[in-house]
Write a protein that binds this ligand. Structure first.
Ligand code: SAM
Ligand code: SF4
Length: 449
């Protein structure tokens, strides 16, 4: 059994803890070893404003101990909006017939990646609808071509669940993280929301991360589409899913995303379980404390000011400048999956992360040096990642400053680099970092720890 749906149902109704109980759980969480489902369910039940404040503060502090000040930035790249599934909430659903569909050719996918590269991105997340005509072979070709023909350093993939052999092929193409969201772990709601197409099969989707790990993906990305069902149930189930991966493979989910349902063309008229901002913040904080090694990804589904709040309470990754339609970075106006809420450029997001006292990072090191899977989980949980994250953020931000920074944020970025360097605690790393920063100025690129 991957998750115990009955137990999660019971725990999702847990009563709000009193202050003493809350503090005991936060004290346990501060050790950075994670939390059990009972403790997580109590935290998810907190509603009192003063207690929420304590919860958010604890999550922000733990984030900084595990990953330092860095916030990783990336962009999604939509390859195709053809889809044979009927997900009730999605603009790409097959029933949305009055729209022009578009699948990028391999060259067009490369052109999109190049457009992102010109903005300064080094990592990209490929995303597609589910259609056998643009299935595994196509995705693998896109991954390979983007590595070969662009300067992208890591290509992650969000693609529909597949069998182990297919996942092996994807891994052989050097895809970084394999990501797929369960949408909801509540079976009856899942069935209601996915009436047709291959995605109807709840268990095939739930088990895909086990297959991905068996296929050699150390790093997998999970998530619930928040708003489909009770967020407390789905957040707990996501934690349980990650715990299952840890128990079985020794590695927690590498990332947990927090997509909140957005309006989509011909999608759901009403959000079935609308989530307030404070509730989404609570989900972020609880993920952070329950699974300290996981990256928490906040997309442009959320507004700019709200994303600034999320990165202070435990989110570690932001997408930026996102287009959710194929060809979007080349200015095409094809069908979007959903409408985004934060339209800032990469440079604007970088500036705002700096203004919030944090350190933007374009780092891709771990995937490339094999700090993945259980090694990453172990290093993050033992507090060893922070020094790599901080130093690599400084290096990649310096590259950004030298190569891409144009619109008046140079001063702020230069200051952030200086402060980031000063905050490096390990004397050996600091010395080497100063050397590497010089090498970047002399023209070297892609330096890391
Ligand atoms: N088609 C693949 C699949 O379903 O696994 C790829 C995923 S889809 C292109 C990316 C994710 O966007 C979905 O897994 C879902 O969680 C999310 N999504 C779909 N419709 C959305 C909406 N209206 N608002 C916010 N997120 C949405
Ligand atoms: Fe297709 Fe994925 Fe959208 Fe469902 S969520 S309609 S599978 S693109």
């Amino acid at each position: 059994m991957i998750i115990d749906e009955k137990n999660i149902g019971l725990l999702s109704k847990t009563a709000e803890p009193d202050e003493r109980a809350l503090r005991a759980i936060l004290k346990e969480a501060a050790k950075g070893k994670g939390l059990g489902l009972e403790e997580a369910s109590s935290l998810l039940a907190v509603r009192d404003a003063a207690m929420l404040y304590e919860l958010f503060k604890a999550a922000g502090e733990l984030k900084e101990r595990v990953f330092g000040k860095r916030i990783v930035l990336f962009a999604p790249l939509y390859l195709s909006n053809f889809c044979t599934n009927g997900c009730e909430y999605c603009g790409f659903r097959a029933q949305n017939k009055d729209v022009a569909r578009r699948a990028l050719s391999i060259d067009e996918a490369v052109a999109e990646a190049k457009a992102l590269e010109e903005m300064g991105f080094k990592r990209v997340l490929l995303v597609t609808g589910e259609d056998p005509r643009w299935g595994l072979k196509y995705i693998v070709e896109c991954v390979r071509a983007i590595y070969e023909k662009t300067g992208m350093r890591i290509v992650h993939v969000n693609a529909p669940p597949m069998d182990t052999a297919s996942l092996r092929e994807l891994k052989a193409a050097e895809a970084g993280v394999y990501q797929a969201f369960q949408e909801t772990y509540h079976r009856p709601t899942y069935e209601l929301m996915h009436p047709s197409g291959r995605k109807k099969d709840f268990d095939f989707r739930l088990s895909v991360m086990d297959r991905a790990m068996e296929a050699g993906f150390g790093d997998v990305g999970i998530g619930s589409l928040l708003g489909l069902y009770d967020y407390r149930f789905d957040a707990l189930a996501s934690i349980a899913h990650s715990q299952h991966l840890f128990d079985t493979f020794g590695a927690h989910a590498h990332t947990i995303s927090i997509p909140r349902l957005r309006p989509a063309e011909a999608g759901l008229k009403d959000i079935p379980w609308q989530l307030e901002d404070d509730e989404l913040k609570k989900v972020v904080a609880v993920y952070r404390l329950a699974v300290p090694s996981a990256g928490i990804v906040a997309s442009t589904r959320e507004s700019a000011p709200f994303r600034s709040e999320l990165i202070k309470i435990g989110a570690t990754q932001l997408s930026a400048a996102s287009k959710t339609n194929p060809g979007g970075y080349k200015g095409e106006k094809t069908l979007e999956q959903f409408s985004t809420n934060d339209h800032r450029s990469l440079e604007e997001v970088i500036k705002s992360v700096v203004d919030n006292g944090l350190l933007p990072s374009l780092c891709t090191t771990c995937y490339r040096v094999g700090r993945t899977g259980h090694d990453f989980t172990d290093k993050a949980t033992s507090g060893e990642m922070e020094k790599f994250c901080q130093a690599n953020a400084v290096l990649t931000l310096k590259e950004y400053l030298l190569d891409y920074c144009v619109n008046g944020s140079k001063e702020a970025v230069a200051r952030a680099i200086e402060e980031g360097l000063n905050e490096v605690k390990d004397a050996g790393i600091k010395k080497a970092l100063i050397e590497k920063l010089k090498e970047l100025e002399e023209g070297k690129r892609d330096l890391y720890f």
